[in-house]
Design a protein around this ligand. Sequence first.
Ligand SMILES: O=C[C@H](O)COP(=O)(O)O
Length: 252
Amino acid sequence: MRKTIVAGNWKMNKTNSESVEMLTELKELVKGMNNVGIVLGVPFTALSDAVKAVEGSGIEIAAQNMNPNESGAFTGEIAPSMLTSIGVKYVILGHSERREYYKECDEFINEKVKAALKNGLTPILCIGEKLEDRESGKTDEVNEKQLRGGMAGLTAEEAAKVVVAYEPVWAIGTGKTATPEMAQETHKAIRNFLADMFGAEVAEEITIQYGGSMKPANAAELMGQTDIDGGLVGGASLEASSFSKIVEAGVK
Ligand SMILES: O=C[C@H](O)COP(=O)(O)O
């Protein structure tokens, strides 16, 4: 059975001490919440102490980006082995903010996905359509392109290790959430594309998270949909109380 994973993405928020403080609080609040994966994507500067802060709690730490190269002259970049060497287990890749502000394309994201898998990191591959795509009936087309691009060249075995996060760009940080039915329809389409790419059995195993204004008030209904296996949470992951409520809604 595929795993439900609730991941937080703090984006460019929290100093090191603020990160440790929140995680220490969260650890207590999620005690006993089993059958759900809990991941926090923290800034690079807080990764090391975040890993230590959650030790023994079952919470895993994610980076929010990564360079696909092993080492070299890439000023300002972070290599996969730098992440694994400090105990980071996940990496968020292809977030729409990186696609938009840093012009990341599917080919580059694909290199990162491959590098993450090679290094034993679980990639959370973000895909999602913009408002104009949805309004012009291109939702499935855009998601299929990003999915095929991001997962190009993976074996079925590798694909099974990827977490996909479907985030409609128009729902990110806007308070506008896709209705559970709308999100389910798109998640189902994504799973069908995965089945076409890697076979039905693998597609059934892949965790597909929903992201975009997920909050304690709508999390249970969203994650109650057949093909929604958790969430990638931005704003509501910044406070331990709201994030733990979303985690609770994901307990199966
Ligand atoms: O990675 C997280 C998403 O961008 C969602 O952000 P949000 O929950 O603030 O809408």
